[in-house]
Design a protein. Structure first.
Length: 491
């Protein structure tokens, strides 16, 4: 068993802490209720993440009972599905002891050696890998979920959150005037910061974008693996067209928070390419009476591994904790005139419910309350897929909701979206990618063309510059939703 497990061994690369740092962490764990909540939630989160992986294995008929899987409850993420096993079976004793120190014990794991072997066999070439319900690919290739470099996420996350080491939250949000021409065009794409590697789509996506010559280019966040300064330089800045200096924007994200947002604020936003943002992670682009509102859904999130979004932290006295809410309210925007951009998703990937958690992260409610109603449209990344939701949504929302998180990470056809009824999901990215693994589909982006009268034409493109999986769609800004009218009447 030792040979096939070897790709998982880099879990031992988790950062070690000096004695003074351990003392600092211990003091913070005793006095900081926020950190106590975070530490107490880690094992629950990891067990829920493992269960998502087990569900994928069961669906692909590679799970060998016993044990019979048990749902531990809680919210998790498929991309962290193997951490339980790593910590219990492969991590050095020093790492296990440190985990027990911060989390009160190791997370219980339901995966045994037999089922790990089943998983490894299923994802080792010539087998192409497994595809999760949301399109996540389990395999050993770069950026697939058994890529050992993902351990950098956990390592950096622990270091920065345990030691309270964060970049300053920007305080000078830009308000860009897009002029008064007959129309403007904006390219949107998320989770693109993967850099240049064999079969990597980032260059193709950017080439397809620049061929359309949009007025603005906006990245919805995620530079991998942990948004470090080096990664921001190599995976984002070095891949970005210099001709778009001052016309480019990039949002903060969960992966960039793993580095305490140092790479994001101090490398990416400090570069002249993103000078329009004034080193602040939220902004507006104003075109006549229409507004594109870019928000930071990561910095103030209190969810484990920053998997759920938040634009504020209620009850916090930290500088900036409620700055975005105040910024939105002070703008006095008409909700139906606004297109919102965030990294995190407001609804679940399959359109089944609003995303919220027990830690106060309710992005949908926060944004809607601050605006005084639902925005006309909302675009996000985070989920590595391209998804168009119906309007109204299954959750009862009347915004045009879109996921544009398929800019760079490899992904496959999401069987969870295949199984979702049309009341939850209208369309999703599924164009085969002949230049890569047989289970991969094409990455891509969307282009918004907005006229002076508020007509928005939305076109999703694959990385080859073609329109395939969903037809262009037009909607009108400035049309009140019932919720927006109700909210406006109460103001």
């Amino acid at each position: 068993m030792s040979t096939p497990m070897s790709p998982l061994q880099p879990i031992g690369a988790l950062r070690t802490f000096s004695d003074p740092e351990k003392a600092q962490i211990q003091q913070r764990l005793q006095s900081d209720s926020k950190l106590q909540t975070l530490a107490g939630s880690l094992n629950t989160f990891l067990q829920a993440s493992e269960y998502q992986l087990i569900q994928m294995m069961v669906a692909n008929k590679i799970w060998t009972p016993p044990p019979v899987p048990v749902d531990p409850g809680g919210n998790g993420s498929l991309e962290f599905g193997l951490v339980d096993y790593w910590l219990n079976n492969l991590a050095p004793t020093s790492v296990q002891d440190f985990w027990k120190f911060i989390a009160g014990g190791l997370p219980a794991t339901q995966i045994n050696a037999t089922n790990l072997a089943n998983l490894i066999t299923a994802v080792t070439p010539p087998n192409p890998g497994l595809v999760g319900n949301d399109g996540t690919i389990y395999g050993f290739a770069k950026y697939e979920q058994m890529d050992p470099n993902w351990t950098l996420c956990l390592s950096e996350y622990l270091a920065h959150y345990l030691l309270d080491d964060f970049a300053d939250f920007g305080s000078t949000p830009a308000q860009i005037n897009a002029g008064s021409g007959s129309q403007i065009s904006i390219a949107l794409f998320g989770d693109w910061g993967t850099g240049n590697y064999p079969t990597g789509p980032a260059s193709s996506v950017m080439n397809a974008i620049t061929a359309l010559n949009p007025d603005y280019i906006i990245h919805l966040g995620d530079v991998y693996y942990a948004g470090t300064g080096d990664e921001e330089q190599s995976n984002l800045l070095n891949m970005w067209p210099g001709s778009y200096q001052g016309k480019s924007f990039t949002l903060n994200s969960n992966h960039e928070m793993y580095d305490g947002a140092h790479g994001y604020f101090e490398t990416a936003l400090a570069n002249s390419i993103f000078s329009a943002q004034q080193q602040t992670s939220y902004f507006t682009i104003n075109y006549g009476k229409w507004t594109i509102l870019g928000l930071d859904s990561a910095y103030w999130s209190t969810s484990p591994l920053i998997m759920n979004g938040s634009i504020c932290e209620a009850g916090s006295s930290e500088p900036g904790a409620n700055a975005q809410t105040q910024f939105i309210q002070n703008l006095g925007l008409t909700p139906e005139n606004v297109i919102v951009l965030t990294h995190h998703n407001a609804i679940e990937y399959d359109g089944s419910k609003i995303v919220s958690d027990e830690f106060g992260n309710d992005l949908s409610q926060q944004v809607t309350n601050a605006l005084g109603g639902e925005p006309a449209a909302w675009y996000w990344g985070h989920v590595h897929n391209g998804i168009v939701y119906p309007n109204p949504t299954f959750t009862g929302n009347n915004s045009y909701y879109r996921c544009v998180g398929h800019g760079g990470i490899p992904f496959g056809t999401a069987w969870g979206l295949q199984q979702s009824p049309p009341t939850q999901v209208k369309a999703y990215a599924d164009t085969p990618n002949p230049g890569a693994s047989p289970i991969r589909v094409m990455n891509g982006f969307t282009l918004l063309t907005i006229t002076a009268s508020g007509q928005v034409t939305e076109t999703f493109y694959d990385q080859d510059g073609k329109v395939t999986w969903v037809s262009p769609f037009t909607y009108q800004l400035g049309v009140p939703t019932q919720k927006a009218v109700a909210a406006g009447a109460s103001r």
